[in-house]
Design a protein around this ligand. Sequence first.
Ligand SMILES: Nc1ncnc2c1ncn2[C@@H]1O[C@H](COP(=O)(O)OP(=O)(O)OP(=O)(O)O)[C@@H](O)[C@H]1O
Length: 314
Amino acid sequence: MIDVQNLTKYYGDFCAVDDLSLTIEPGRILGLLGPNGAGKTTTLRMLTGFFTPTSGTIRINDLKMPEDTLKIKSMIGYLPESAPLYHSMLVYDYLDYVARLKGMDDPNRRLSRFRALGRLCGLSGIMDKPIGNLSKGLRQRVGLAHAMMSDPDILILDEPTSGLDPNQIAEIRDIIKGIGKEKTIIFSTHILSEAEATCDRIAIINKGKKVADAGTEQLKQNARHRSVVRLTLQNAEITAALDHLKAFDASLDITVTDTPASDGISFELCCKEDKDIRQDLYLSIKKTDWIITELAGQSLALEEIFHELTRESA
Ligand SMILES: Nc1ncnc2c1ncn2[C@@H]1O[C@H](COP(=O)(O)OP(=O)(O)OP(=O)(O)O)[C@@H](O)[C@H]1O
C-alpha cells in the first residue's frame, strides 16, 4: 500500500504541490491526471525519492521516507517523461548495460530477465537494432523494459504516451495494462481518455491541489449525476432573471447562452450537487410573469467534469 499524506512542495515561494494526500492499493493502476503545470511530475519525483518534499509523508507498506528512501527506491521502477536512452547502442547492449548497473552479474539471470522483458514489453525483433533507429513508440518500450529491469513492485510512469501516435498509444496502453496485472502502477497524463482507458482509479490535480479522486467507474457515475439544466424564458429581462436564479440557488453556475432574440433568453445552469432542480425551478418561476419555453436536463460527460475542475479559474 502506498500512503501519501499532506504532500507539499515549494520551489522558492511557489507552491507546486499543495497538501496532496493519496492512497494506492497494491496491484492497482492509478492515473494522476491534470493539465500542464498541475504538479504531476513534481509529485512523481517526490514519490520516487528524487525530490525531497517541503512537508508531508510518503509511506510504502511499513517503510517511510526519508528514513527508508534507499529501500523504497529499490522497490520502484521509474520512467521519466523524457527517458534518457543511448541512441547509438543496440537495444540488447543497452539493456545489458542497465542490468549490470543494477548488479545483475550472473549472465544467465540477465538472459532470462531479457526474455521475460522482451515478452512483457514487446521487444522481440528489435533487440539487435540501434535505439536511435527505433520509432518513438518502440523507444518507449525500451524505456519501460529499463524501468522494469529489477522486477520492481511499483512502476511510476511520467506521461508514458506523450508524443506517440494513436497506434503506439494503444500498444503502450496494452503493455501497461499487462504489467498492471501484477504490479502497482502510477502514471501521469493530461489526457482524460488515456486515464479512463487504463486506470482503476483517477486522481485529478490542478494547480498542485487534488480536485477529485475516485475509482474510474465511480468518477463516470459522479459525472452522470452532475446535471446541467437548460432554461429559456420569454417575457423576462436579463438582470431580473439572473437575480431570480441566484436567489433560487446561490450555488448554481449560470451561463447566458446565445438565443435568437425572438426566442427569449437562454441559460445553462450547472448544479454542483447531485440533484434535479427542474421541479423547484418551475415552481419558483411560476410565481413570475415569465414564460418558460424550455426546461431540459442533460448529464455532463466525464470530459466536461475534467474541464470544469481544471479550467483556468478553478
Ligand atoms: N525546478 C523548478 N523550479 C521552479 N518551478 C518549477 C520547477 N519545476 C516545476 N516548476 C513549476 O511547478 C509547476 C508544476 O510543474 P510540474 O512539472 O510538476 O507539472 P506537470 O503537471 O508535470 O506539468 P507538465 O504536464 O507540463 O509536465 C509548474 O508551474 C512548473 O512551472
